[in-house]
Design a protein around this ligand. Sequence first.
Ligand SMILES: N[C@@H](CCC(=O)N[C@@H](CS)C(=O)NCC(=O)O)C(=O)O
Length: 199
Amino acid sequence: MSTASITELMLEELAVPCEKVRVDLRGGDTRKAEFLALNPNGKVPMIVHDGTPIWESAALTMYLGELFGVERGLYPAPGPTRGVAMKWIVWTNVTLGDAMSRWTRNTLDWTPAEQHNAAAAAAGLADILGCLKILDEALADRPYLCGASYTLADGHVNSYLDWLRHMKVDFAAAPRVNAWSATLNARPAAVKLMAAGGA
Ligand SMILES: N[C@@H](CCC(=O)N[C@@H](CS)C(=O)NCC(=O)O)C(=O)O
């Protein structure tokens, strides 16, 4: 599991033919010159479409949705509902992602213990819970983020939540989010990737 799982889910939902390339993060594949030539950040996910490298998971969800999702009924056509999809996708990476980053950097061994700050960790976790509340309230009058039907925005946001559950974040105050996630995780694309050890 990594941020690449989001893009893998998007490609699976869209059933876009593609060649998947396994990148060994621990083995240092993202530091190799051939990878850095395509993504100088040395991060996954990345796709190469018609010879053009594109990276950043939020951009990829919007790009794939725009190109392949509209005709499949999985991404809104240009207009206000497209804007709703975009706001949730960007919110996930920027607002929720920032809170998660502050929490994890101050608690996990990804960063040296001497750099951990308990107050910053607590503030990050509080902001994560605030984000879950915002999401829960958004689902009060609609089954999916963009309205009556599933869009890639739902799958994108939910991909982050799986990791929060894995980290034992308390979702008790977000019952609508839990029900919505259960529906999303039962979708054939998600079930297939979970069975394969992915998304
Ligand atoms: N903002 C980026 C974050 C990508 C990212 O942090 N990817 C991690 C995996 S979760 C990575 O590739 N790490 C490999 C490394 O740092 O060597 C996105 O959303 O695509």
